[in-house]
Design a protein around this ligand. Structure first.
Ligand code: GUN
Length: 284
């Protein structure tokens, strides 16, 4: 069976087109969804991510605002900035680009964001909603990855899903979402023994490792859905965690890098911002 490419460019364009229509409808009611992105310092990778988020806002008609703060900003000053945005009714979503410089307490910063404006889904309240399967903001990258998995049309209940990586941003929420789909979920990580034995059982394999080409063809079950969350810069090129050229000969579905999950992350961020803006109308 020939591999099918799960194309993040096409899928995210479809989602953004729908978001654009819903933004226009909200504007008629006097609300323009607003996203504030805080960038502390000038990490080059973060600069690119933040720019892409701003472009996404521009494309869909949202008010995107990038707030640049000095790398040596104090915890108090950063938290005061978040307080200001929490109170600003034109701002429906607040995102603090991670990682933050080492002297700042990341968890304390994230905890400052009002949960209903936490469009990243990183606040403990939203992480708790994810755990319990109740309504909350779902983290963008796992949400986008799940959208891609669902797009295969495969029945997910009862499937073996293996997530490599246990970060709070991707691995853990991804595992929770797959559990909610009634998959049998295994989380593998750097201390997992006999990794290949786990991954070869996976009907759905999600790689969120942060190492270029980590997942090789011998680790993949024939016909599997392979989702590559990695964004690694190697010799100036962006490469995923999956050895794409080899794994595509084995997998049933695969996401490319670039043009895969990364595109979906931004689409989901815009969706979360739109939904936050729509909620404010319902609460008026
Ligand atoms: N840095 C890398 N990925 C992310 C993300 O999804 N959200 C934020 N806020 N920072 C990131």
């Amino acid at each position: 069976m020939a591999v099918k490419i799960l194309d993040g460019k096409i899928m995210s364009a479809e989602i953004k087109a729908e978001i654009t229509e819903r933004v226009a409808a909200l504007k008629v009611q006097g609300v323009t969804p607003g996203l504030a992105v805080i960038l502390v310092g000038n990490d080059p990778a973060s600069e690119i991510y933040v720019r892409n988020k701003q472009i996404g806002c521009d494309e869909t008609g949202m008010n995107g605002r990038t707030i640049r703060l000095r790398a040596d900003i104090s915890q108090e000053a950063l938290e005061a900035e978040i307080d200001r945005l929490n109170r600003d009714s034109a701002v429906h979503g607040i995102l603090v680009q991670l990682p933050l410089p080492g002297h700042l307490d990341e968890q304390a910063v994230l905890a400052k964001i009002l949960p209903e404006k936490d469009v990243d889904g990183f606040h403990l309240i939203n992480a708790g909603h994810m755990m319990t399967g109740t309504e909350g903001v779902v983290a963008c990258t796992p949400k986008g990855a799940l959208h891609m998995i669902r797009s295969t049309g495969e029945e997910l209940a009862g499937k073996e899903a293996v997530v490599i990586g246990r970060s709070n941003i991707v691995g853990k929420p991804m595992a929770m979402l797959l559990l909610r789909e009634n998959c049998t979920v295994t989380i593998c990580h750097s201390r997992t023994k006999n990794l290949k034995e786990h991954t070869r059982r996976a009907d759905i394999l999600v790689a969120a490792v942060g190492k270029a080409g980590f997942v090789t063809a011998d680790m993949v079950k024939p016909g599997a859905i392979v989702i590559d969350v990695g964004i690694n810069r190697v010799d100036g090129k962006v490469r995923g965690d999956v050895d794409f050229d080899a794994v595509k000969e084995v997998a049933g579905w695969i996401t490319p890098v670039p043009g895969g999950v990364g595109k979906m992350t931004i689409a989901m961020l815009l969706a979360n911002t739109l939904e936050a803006a729509e909620r404010t109308l319902r609460h008026d």
